[in-house]
Design a protein around this ligand. Structure first.
Ligand code: 5AD
Ligand code: SF4
Length: 418
């Protein structure tokens, strides 16, 4: 948008263009958009030049219905049309009539929009693919983001290089299922090749990726955790549920035994690896016994952390045909049980780190105290410690002194790694 004369501003009340990027994965995220739009309506009244647009998955799903529901909206653009934003905004400026563009494209051009340059940040994300072919029965992603498509290998490597040049130290490669990177159009390169190539970029100190589908997590990729020096010892590996019956209904294509075997291999190859996951409770037909299987699985695996969700029915998905059968209070109770158990496990994992020396990439001042810096371990745990601004962007050694649920506290050892 800078090329069209726009520049970013930090006060929404002064903006002439506001774009809301939406998510439709669960109902709660969708509801938030409507309340946000309600608040922005006031600004439209005060500033007649203001253009208000929505992009992302909900825009893709709702299309012109969005304008029917929110008549003061100027622009709705879908997940394959982000690269057209300047053109679409120009159209609104000219016609002052609502514009909707949600067609899927053969090749997703928006994948190639480079991320903006670092503003003193040390970490950045690079999208390496978009869409998903897995069709988990509860999930709307394949419908709103389309078929899986990998971004060209060279484009990703060039972007990583330019991020490194601008001072980025920590890169997270993003895709719904990074294991299938390159199937189709990676030019003969797979995901492990991509990791190897980025490993060679000087300036990049840490490489992470998310997400990997357990059914496709290959031994080749698992071995990268011992071989690729910059690849951080953390994997997000969504399990979703502990009952094989529910996993089959979810169309996840693995059993709990398969999942546990992958975890064992990961821990054998890289004993310090931190493993995080996603868990859904209250999938249609989930019985007490199914739910108990989720709890048993959590106790067996002991994740470092999880994201946990109540099942949320999404239109068009296969699971929507089953009805939303688990009642809200049972879901709430199950979610609470899962979350309390995870808190125990997270704290236990954090306590086990007390006394350890950890390599921390310093991100900036801590939220709670101006005297403290904050950063992450290679295993992606937040550590706060007394330190100066000049440490930002450096990797330092910190001895862990205290463990909390959401973070760790440590002391600088004075030894700088980079
Ligand atoms: N209801 C609840 N959680 C969902 N997720 C995806 N779809 C749904 C749904 N319909 C969760 C999954 C996924 C994460 C990104 O969101 O756990 O891994
Ligand atoms: Fe959704 Fe499953 Fe694809 Fe993840 S792998 S985006 S849960 S369909």
């Amino acid at each position: 948008m800078e090329k069209s004369g726009y520049e970013s501003c930090d006060d929404v009340r002064k903006a002439d263009l506001i774009i809301i990027n939406t998510c439709s994965i669960r109902e709660k995220a969708a509801q938030k958009v409507y309340s946000q739009l309600g608040r922005l309506k006031q600004l439209k009244r005060k500033n007649h030049r203001l253009i208000l647009g929505v992009g992302g998955c909900l825009a893709q799903q709702w299309g012109s219905q969005f304008i029917e529901r929110v008549p003061f909206l100027d622009l709705v653009f879908g997940t394959h049309n982000i690269h057209l934003l300047p053109e679409l905004v120009a159209k609104v400026e000219k016609s002052r009539a609502p514009v909707v563009r949600i067609e899927f494209q053969e090749s997703v051009k928006s994948l190639n929009i480079p991320v903006p340059n670092n503003n003193g940040r040390v970490s950045a994300y690079i999208t390496i693919m978009q869409g998903c072919n897995n069709f988990c029965s509860y999930c709307v992603v394949p419908y709103v983001r389309g078929r899986e498509e990998s971004r060209p290998f060279r484009d990703i490597v060039d972007e990583a290089r330019s991020l490194a040049y601008s001072g980025i130290k920590d890169i997270t490669l993003l895709g719904q299922n990074v294991n299938s990177y390159g199937l189709g159009n990676g030019g003969g390169h797979d995901f492990a090749d991509l990791l190897q190539e980025i490993e060679h970029i000087s300036g990049i100190e840490r490489i992470r990726f998310t997400t990997s589908h357990p059914k496709d997590l290959s031994d080749k990729l698992i071995r990268c955790f011992s071989r690729t020096g910059k690849l951080c010892e953390h994997i997000h590996l969504p399990v979703q549920a502990g009952s094989d019956r529910i996993l089959t209904m979810m169309n996840r294509c693995y059993t709990i035994n398969d999942y546990c075997e992958k975890v064992d291999t990961l821990r054998a190859v890289c004993p310090e690896i931190s493993i995080t996951s996603d868990i859904i409770v209250g999938f249609p037909g989930e019985t007490d016994r199914d739910f108990q299987a989720t709890i048993d699985m959590m106790k067996k695996i002991r994740f470092d952390n999880i994201f946990s969700f109540n099942y949320s029915e999404r239109k068009r998905t296969d699971a929507a045909k089953l009805g939303d059968t688990v009642n809200a209070s049972v879901k709430r109770e199950r979610l609470q049980t899962v979350q309390s158990l995870q808190e125990e496990h997270t704290l236990e994992k954090h306590k086990a780190l007390v006394g350890n020396m950890e390599e921390i990439l310093v991100e900036g001042p801590s939220k709670n105290s101006r005297d403290d810096m904050t950063g992450r371990t290679r295993t992606n745990k937040i550590v706060n410690f007394r330190g100066d601004y000049e440490l930002i962007g450096k990797v330092v050694h910190v001895r862990i002194t205290c463990a909390y649920l959401h973070s760790l506290r440590g002391e600088l050892t004075g030894e700088e790694v980079t």
